[in-house]
Ligand binder design. Structure first.
Ligand code: 8ID
Ligand code: ZN
Ligand code: ZN
Length: 352
């Protein structure tokens, strides 16, 4: 089967760190021998994309850069070494665009820890364009029955929170605090937590996010902008008032990372996922020891985690809210995100 591929396409390009993205035409890339070319139909917009634009992290992006790493589309071309992905298949661009596959991390399916990763929308061009390339071994396999529009946010947000919840060790029937629950990752986390038999306590700011969190299945909503005592409120939302068994930190500010050890249940686990700029963890050594608190990080997920996160979605268990706008409006989405005004996720449609 052959598909007509244009030589030019629309893309959002970052030409200088810290400046606005520019909607313009650029050449369509060609896949290498072990790569596929995906006609991206929809892409979610992750806060990581905004961190990349602003240069928030101690890791440089490529410049010029096409961002985006929640790209869902159709495979239109493949390199000669690719056999297990067919033209016409649905596939997804994830944050991990490629990894070496031969280091000891890749060999043990810890490929996000590969020392030489290729990162979509960061070190290689991502999904804010109509055609994007990725290593065939790493593209997400998307079942044909799935809507490309609504699966896009699963490719980073869904996968990441699913993995984070697994890393937390929380078991069915236990409570997990989701910090930043009204955002893109957070709204997914409420749904995955529910689907995994956990009781999610949502923490975020404002009434709109509160309503959404409750609708998605949060047992309690704690508004960090109005509460008089966040630690007491979170503990009170758990049986016996001992605090949640796990905390998933998804917020883009440092304060909640410092606070979590004050309300997590003794022997509980704090999982850091959000990546606020220049942030540090601080926890009382006395509390950490005498309350036996675990503090750890979780970074996206491997190919199996991806398949499992997609399977939850395919079964209809994950229905987090999103709004669709044209790719041409990406800068407006970034502006809203910067102001913390997005409840759930934005998805861009690459056709306008
Ligand atoms: O693999 C990873 N670890 C990974 C993968 C994907 C994304 C990490 N991330 C990181 C992103 O880079 C970003 O730093 O996770 C973070 C959250 O991404 P997002 O969900 O895409 O961002 P968002 O939609 O803007 O949501 C953030 C929410 O945090 C809330 C905001 O109100 C917003 O709803 N928030 C903030 I800012 N301060 C808060 C606080 N003190 C807070 N919620 C509760 N308490
Ligand atoms: Zn992301
Ligand atoms: Zn490797």
């Amino acid at each position: 089967m052959s598909v007509e591929i244009p030589s030019e396409q629309w893309a959002q390009v970052l030409e200088k760190t810290g400046s606005n993205v520019i909607y313009k035409k650029i050449p369509v890339p060609k896949p290498g021998p072990d790569e596929v070319l995906i006609n991206i139909k929809y892409s979610g917009v992750c806060h990581t994309d905004l961190h990349a634009v602003k240069g928030d992290w101690p890791l440089d992006t490529k410049i010029p850069l096409v961002g985006g790493h929640e790209g869902a589309g159709v495979v239109v071309a493949r390199g000669e070494l690719v056999h297990d992905v067919q033209i016409g298949d649905y596939a997804g661009i994830k944050w991990l665009n490629g990894s070496c596959m031969s280091c000891s991390f890749c060999r043990t399916s810890n490929e996000p820890l590969c020392p030489t990763p290729e990162l979509s929308g960061y070190t290689v061009d991502g999904s804010f364009q109509q055609y994007a390339v990725a290593k065939a071994a790493h593209v997400a396999r998307i079942p044909k029955e799935c809507s490309l529009e609504s699966i896009a946010p699963i490719l980073c947000a869904g996968l990441t929170v699913y993995k984070g919840l697994k890393e937390s060790g929380a078991r069915p029937g236990e409570f997990v605090a989701i910090v930043g629950a009204g955002g893109g990752l957070g709204s997914m986390a409420i749904q995955y937590a529910r689907a995994m038999g956990l009781h999610p306590i949502a923490i975020d700011g404002g009434a709109e996010k509160g309503d959404m969190c409750k609708q998605l299945g949060a047992t309690t909503y704690v508004d960090f902008t109005t509460t008089k005592n966040l630690v007491a409120d979170v503990k009170a939302a758990t049986p016996e008032g001992y605090g949640p068994h796990a905390v998933l930190l998804l917020a883009v500010s440092e304060r909640p990372f410092q606070q979590a050890s004050e309300y997590v249940r003794p022997h509980g686990t704090i999982v850091c996922v959000g990546l606020p700029a220049n942030a540090f963890l601080k926890a009382s050594v006395f509390d950490t020891v005498t309350r036996m608190i675990n503090i750890k990080g979780s970074y996206v997920g491997n190919r199996q985690d991806t398949a499992e996160a997609i399977e939850f979605f395919r079964r209809g268990l994950i229905k987090a809210p999103y709004k669709v706008v044209g790719l041409s409006k990406l800068q407006e989405v970034f502006d809203l995100m910067e102001e913390g005004k997005i409840a759930g996720r934005y998805v861009v449609d690459t056709s306008y």
